[in-house]
Structure formats: C-alpha cells, structure tokens
Write a protein that binds this ligand. Structure first.
Ligand code: ATP
Length: 132
C-alpha cells in the first residue's frame, strides 16, 4: 500500500513523524481524508483530532489550533499544542475542564470568557481523544 509522510510538530517538539496510509481531520472546509498524492492545499486547524491510519490501526492526536499543509508526498501539521492519545494526562485535562467551567459559570468579562471557552474546548478534545 502506498504511504504519505506525516509530521505533527509544535513549537516545542516533534509529536509524530512517520509514513502513514491516511490522515483524517477537520479542515476549514470540513472533514477530510488525505491519501498519498493528494492535491496541495493549506488550511487552518481549530481544536480538533488528527486520526492516523497505518497497518490496519488508527492512532489519534489531540491538536489545539494550528495549520495543515498538504502536499502530494507529505502532510505537515503545525500546532500550538498536540498530544498523542497515550500522552494525555486525563486528570490534568479534567482539572482544566473544571477550571474553565467554573470561570464560565462566574460570568466573567468577554475576554476571560473567550479564553475559558477555548480552554474548555482544549480539555474536552483531550478527554475525547484519551478515551478512545
Ligand atoms: P493546562 O491548564 O492543564 O496547562 P492547557 O489547555 O492550558 O492545559 P496548553 O496551553 O494547551 O494547556 O498546552 C501547554 C502544554 O501542556 C503543551 O505542551 C500541551 O501539549 C501540554 N498539555 C496540556 N494539557 C495536557 C494534558 N492533559 N496531557 C498532556 N499534556 C498536556
């Protein structure tokens, strides 16, 4: 089966780098499955999941905002933060979720609210990925 190189990087580290069969994620236009020889494009990524198919297995990565660059032979995800499912500290994500929910319940000013909503989405995304 033909493969495509996938690199997932953050400003801090390389999270994933390998040849894979398919990459599935949610780009600006909607859900997308990327196979080798895909037409080139770039898209922003919101808080989302990158699903990696290889050898009949699927791995998942929680991504917190970034960019997706697709070329026929290579997919690059540059994210603010990204964790493989097995790297996610569930207790930490639960605590972050509770903190964000508390801030939203307190009825804070708009700017704090937007930050809390973003933090809540990051935490929920991590919990979803860790549970799979
Ligand atoms: P927290 O409030 O727990 O720090 P956060 O959503 O504010 O969570 P980020 O700013 O998105 O955290 O990420 C900071 C760093 O911590 C990144 O390197 C990210 O990969 C890592 N990180 C955040 N939450 C977790 C988690 N639950 N498990 C593992 N790594 C995490």
């Amino acid at each position: 089966m033909s493969t495509i190189q996938l690199d997932i990087v953050t400003p801090e580290r390389k999270v994933f780098s390998d040849e894979v069969e398919m990459v599935i994620t949610r780009a600006a236009e909607g859900d997308i499955g990327i196979l080798p020889k895909h037409a080139p494009f770039v898209s922003p990524l919101d808080v989302t999941v990158v699903r990696i198919k290889k050898d009949g297995n699927e791995r998942q990565v929680a991504v917190s905002r970034g960019f997706l660059e697709v070329r026929p032979e290579k997919v690059t995800v540059l994210a603010e933060a990204a964790e493989l499912a097995e790297e996610i500290d569930v207790e930490r994500a639960k605590a972050a979720k509770e903190r964000a929910e508390r801030r939203l319940a307190e009825g804070s000013p708009d700017i704090d609210r937007a930050r809390a909503e973003y933090a809540l989405r990051r935490a929920e995304n991590r919990l979803n990925v860790a549970r799979k």
